[in-house]
Write a new protein. Sequence first.
Length: 267
Amino acid sequence: MKLMVIKLARYTKIFLMLVKINYLQAMEYRLNFFSTILPTGMYSAGYIVFIKLVLNKVPSISGWTFDQMLILFAVEQFFYYSGWIFYRRSIDNFPSLIRNGTFDMTSKLPINTRFMVSFQDQSPDVVIPFLASMSLVIYASRNLSLSLSHVASFTLFIVLGMFLLYNLLFTIASLSFWTTEADEFVALIDEVLAFGKYPLKIFPSFAGLFLLTIIPAVLMVYVPTSMLMGIFDAKLIILFMVILIISWILSEKVWHAGLRHYSSANS
């Protein structure tokens, strides 16, 4: 137990050091912090106006009100930007490390290679839209009868959802050991994740199953959002936990298989 605590403290210190380095690098281009506001702001405003126009014609979308739709959208945006803040830039850069041979230097560092591949680069310049998504959740929740259990469950599954998204992206990026097109599949996750801002019931059964299991974009967004609203679906919660565990095991299997393949290719 003591060894685990020491190891956790060490990696936390290293992560914070990497965050500091990336922040200082981002400050060399301070305009980037503000240049993200216009495109993300226009996208968010466009979606909100679209949903408002739709709900002016119908009372709800599959039973979801305007504020509830806002929460879905904000949670989907939160997942997207939290990924970029913590690990997405590193994962995007990973295929190029394999292609240009610089992965060798990373793998020889006296630190867990997966950790470095996952967290050596962050994107602090998207912190403003990240905070905006959190603010939108708070605003859209103003009329909900929130309890401590609702907020706690929401927070827990937001964190678990971040791990689930990381596992998916890392598994796909690890395919770079075998293909040069892995980064295209990583970008595909963004497109699928965008479906998370719509209620589960609007999707046909086959599409809904795909978005709950194969690439569980809707699952990641829907479960914490529904919990914030006091909706506890035991089946979806169990499915979420099962997929989370499977995604971690799969990411480890693909990663280690890739390392063995990479070593043999250079032996």
